[in-house]
Design a protein. Sequence first.
Lengths: 368, 368
Amino acid sequence: MNKVAIVGTGETKFSKNDEDVEQLLLESANNCINSIKNCELRDIEGVLVSTNSNSNYMGAILSEMTDIQPKISHSIEHLCSSGTNAIIAAYSYISSGLADVILVSGVDSATNPGQVLKWDISRGDLEHPIFWATMLTKNHKRKFHTTEEELAIVSAKNHKHAMDNPHAYSNEPKTISEIMNSKQITEDLRILDCSRSCSGSSSIILASEEKAKKISECPIWIKGIGQKTTSASFTKNNLDEINSTRIASENALKMGKITSEQIDVAEVHDAFSVCELMALSEIGLTTNENSGEFVRNLFNTENRMINPRGGLIGAGHPLGATGISQTIEIANQLQEKCDKRQISNAKTGLIQNMSAAGTSSSVMVLQN
Amino acid sequence: MNKVAIVGTGETKFSKNDEDVEQLLLESANNCINSIKNCELRDIEGVLVSTNSNSNYMGAILSEMTDIQPKISHSIEHLCSSGTNAIIAAYSYISSGLADVILVSGVDSATNPGQVLKWDISRGDLEHPIFWATMLTKNHKRKFHTTEEELAIVSAKNHKHAMDNPHAYSNEPKTISEIMNSKQITEDLRILDCSRSCSGSSSIILASEEKAKKISECPIWIKGIGQKTTSASFTKNNLDEINSTRIASENALKMGKITSEQIDVAEVHDAFSVCELMALSEIGLTTNENSGEFVRNLFNTENRMINPRGGLIGAGHPLGATGISQTIEIANQLQEKCDKRQISNAKTGLIQNMSAAGTSSSVMVLQN
């Protein structure tokens, strides 16, 4: 298996405006291409697009707009984890030897069609993600004694981090009290417990070992990959766990020969506050019982280890871009390029992304 | 690079009825799973879906319906070549070592949204594929002296082959005269020069060398892969050639250390009759000038070497399934499982698929 590294990154601002997906893609792709040197457009052998948009042939469209004529090009869709899955696809094309340099660009608009899974009729009228999120939240409070304040701290922490992320959707601080008193949308969910679907695009360039060393002074290596799909229907889930994240995380750490204690920084999928607590438990950084206290300590000590770019709650959630934006943050942290939000001396980082109530998860471990 | 083989195949009937894509997927996937032995559902580590459908999360949906809990799962879209691109993605996951056994299922319904590329505004009112096809046809007739009868022979041959394919859309013979006198839709195109968008699904299982030898008595090896995207807009094309097919084909043959003379059987993308003639030239089996005569000879000698399952014109063109169905035909030919349409002693086969007026192509070379 050939080694694969991240060598370039580029993003757009994430915003609430409904923007043209092709233009967003072009902007982040150009920012990404301009971030690298010693690499011509003709060296880029793959253009993958991750999106939930209904537009067709986006791989070829982005290729033409950027003046790239790749070997490999297509779109990838898997709801919220489309972006991480596209990066893993690019990894495998390079690792298998079919390509040396691949651009992966993710995008969605604020009105993208991936927010509700129509097929999952087991949800009945409760098809919107807030309904599985409220069930997970109720269960977490009852079973693990998580308090409303601890849930609010997840959101307060991530909003705070987002203030130092120039691409983030939200640049306003939110106090614990503001969050706990924000608009109630279900018995257990407030509006500020939720990430927001928005418009945005993120791009990343992956390269083989030989190319990576030419293109980047500090390539970031993808050391471990884990993925798991347990179902598509929410009602097949156990409310106590995100089984797919646990399996994906174990496999990624095993492949990278890394323990969870070595993780210096992580981006986890906080579509809703409770998801961050559960993800941290499944990755092995804490337990569900202690997860509220774990996050409280991070917040109180201003430790940015978890979701330094602001997570989905603070940075916004343009579905097809999210997994790529998470990966960019970890790569930039390991390269010490994160300015105000930089974590000192980070050597090992993890990305956890998931789809549709955690019925599917993708995890990657990166090292510099 | 680890070796990868095709070990199982399954299809549905291709039909003009607008059918439910999830049910079609399930039918071909089950037929495929039932075609293999010594492989449990838990051994299937990837479920990829190729489709132009606007349905989301199809990889997870098909996983749940088939009771598979894979590592890797997502959808792939690239218009007409979605299916071949999904197979190549599966190849790379296996070749890189991320998975050992992957199910790839393609599907589209007769009313799929991939038939017109709205983005390509360079076509103006002429956005439907018949307009680029008529320009290619006019050019082929003028420049290479191809006759209307030779174009009709492509369709007559492929309709004839389809009669022996139980999954084909068309099971009726069409004479050269019938084709030449069928409904005129542009100056240079008759309705029987065109493939038909239809409903259908095709599934294939790929495996690593070790697994392939356990699962199949006659695994079919993917020896060469070539892909190229030159643009997304038709008006960037040169009417004389399908440049993307030439490059993809050269690369596939080079990777497989195979010459075009070794090809015993090929499935090529005949969305329109002229496409078959041009593809055969780009692959190196003939030249554009001689392509009409080449196909006439095949027809007169009842040689089924090109498009034995009936091509897109005879078998139908459910976009996301087409590339998989083409690959199944070549695999089955190399396994001598094609009954009435079997070519004797075929050792080497080629699949050529393309999207959007040949702005993108994918080619694979298989051997038994």
